[in-house]
Design a protein around this ligand. Structure first.
Ligand code: DCP
Ligand code: MG
Length: 428
């Protein structure tokens, strides 16, 4: 190649990255439900606030507001003008509700997700309690995700407030380990929603998920492969996404509490305890290795509905209360399936007894369904397979082995014989 030809091609040559390093980001919104609530009640910023208990009702504060100032037209007043006195406090809560999330100010008191509201009240009685408003959270969830995909299109949706993003081929994704792109995304989300998030960028999803917690809230952490020993190994095993409380307990019994200890543990012993698949995965994970890709489109595996009762119920003495609850759960699952366009082939039930022990039962049915009566029938059969002598505090219904309605129609059609299909074609 001549010098002039070389110069002409220089643009092409420099734009070809010799070897793109795999860079994956995990983004997680900060105190998500609480932060969305604070958008409408900015007067609560900096205060301990927890979200949970009941669902939001438009008029829930009016009575108190009118008492406070009967002359003011509260219905047309902006929510940001509601005085602090009208918001309910944790100390006044009675019931079994749990916390979905808490502001960072409330977390300083030891309050966190999944904690009972009454337990939290003992830790911070003056904390403000706001009801949940899933519709609003879903709205902001869609909004922040759409902002991300405008900038970085390879995104995996992991639920209401978290996503994985493949930075590898995205402009800015390689610069400073992904810092440049992470900053741009963080800033763009804030500009559009006033919400903050935290981002971890690492060689894979497993490490990125851990890194996104490093500088929470409103932080970015960049992790390189050569830092695994220094930054990942000192962390407790539970920090690995995929190690739950039961595995953690078993690992502790083997004298393993930190990821580094797990990484250096005898692999054959781990496999002996946890089986081939999970044992090998534990070793890979502890060494920060994860090949899983960023999946841009995914289907739900199952759909379920469950409810915790205000007081524990007994199947025989509380039959009149339980039966409609059970039927309603089946109807809700059926509605969810229909709305999302799925049929399910596995019907499941879940019961939590008054001693908190949980049991599940399921059965695979011949023809997939989304019909509430059928689901009710099969779920009812499953109830006969569990111990109903004890009181229960939670009941749930689940449909698994989902298939898309249109896939099932196609499968049905291709299962029919040629002559029938031919006949159908002629008829239509
Ligand atoms: N959530 C819930 N029940 C739980 C945990 C979480 O309903 N046991 C809901 C409320 C959270 C949202 O899911 O706002 C996201 O969960 P996170 O674990 O990401 O928690 P947050 O976003 O609230 O806080 P963080 O800043 O720690 O991410
Ligand atoms: Mg979050």
């Amino acid at each position: 190649m001549s010098a002039s030809e070389f110069l002409e091609n220089l643009d092409v040559i420099t734009s070809l990255d010799v070897a793109l390093v795999r860079r994956i980001a995990h983004l997680d919104m900060d105190a998500f439900y609480a932060s969305v609530e604070l958008l409408r009640y900015p007067q609560l910023k900096g205060l301990p606030v927890v979200i949970g208990g009941s669902r939001r009702r438009e008029d829930s504060y009016w009575e108190r507001l009118v008492k406070l100032d009967p002359l003011k037209d509260w219905k047309s007043a902006p929510l940001s003008e509601y005085p602090l006195e009208v918001f309910p406090r944790l100390k006044d809560y009675v019931g079994r509700g749990v916390i979905t999330t808490a502001t960072y100010a409330a977390r300083h008191f030891g309050i966190g997700s999944a904690m009972g509201l009454m337990k939290a009240a003992a830790l911070c009685p003056e904390a403000i309690l706001l009801p949940v408003d899933f519709e609003e959270y879903r709205k902001y969830s869609r909004l922040f995700k759409s902002i991300i995909t405008e900038i970085a299109p390879v995104m995996e949706d992991r639920g209401v407030d978290e996503v994985y993003i493949d930075f590898t081929q995205t402009p800015g994704g390689q610069r400073q380990g992904g810092l440049v792109l992470a900053r741009l995304i963080q800033k763009s989300i804030f500009q559009a929603t006033q919400l903050t998030c935290s981002i971890g960028v690492a060689p894979n999803k497993l490490l990125a998920k851990m890194a996104s917690e490093f500088n929470k809230p409103n932080g970015i952490a960049i992790l390189y492969e050569h830092e695994i020993a220094a930054k990942i190994w000192p962390l407790p095993c539970r920090k690995i996404n995929g190690i739950g409380p039961k595995t953690d307990e078993k690992l502790k019994n083997l004298g393993i509490s930190l990821i580094g200890q797990l990484a250096l543990f005898d692999p054959s012993e781990l496999i002996a305890h946890f089986g081939q698949n999970y044992g090998r995965w534990l070793i890979e994970a502890a060494n920060g290795r994860d090949k899983s890709g960023v999946v841009t489109h995914s289907e739900p595996v199952s759909l379920s509905r469950e409810t915790t009762f205000e007081r524990d119920l007994h199947v025989t003495t509380d039959k009149e209360r339980l039966t409609p609850i059970f039927t309603k759960l089946c109807e809700q699952v059926s509605n969810d399936l229909q709305r999302k366009g799925y049929l399910g082939r596995t019907v499941g039930i879940k019961l939590k007894y008054d001693n908190f022990k949980t049991v599940t039962r399921d059965q695979t049915i011949e023809f997939p369904t989304n019909d509430s009566k059928e689901i009710r029938k099969f779920a009812g059969e499953l109830l006969k397979r569990v111990d109903l002598s004890k009181k229960i505090r939670l009941l749930g219904v689940r449909m698994g082995s989902l298939i898309k309605l249109e896939d099932w129609s196609v499968a049905q059609l291709s299962n029919t014989s040629d002559s029938e299909v031919g006949l159908n074609r002629e008829l239509f």
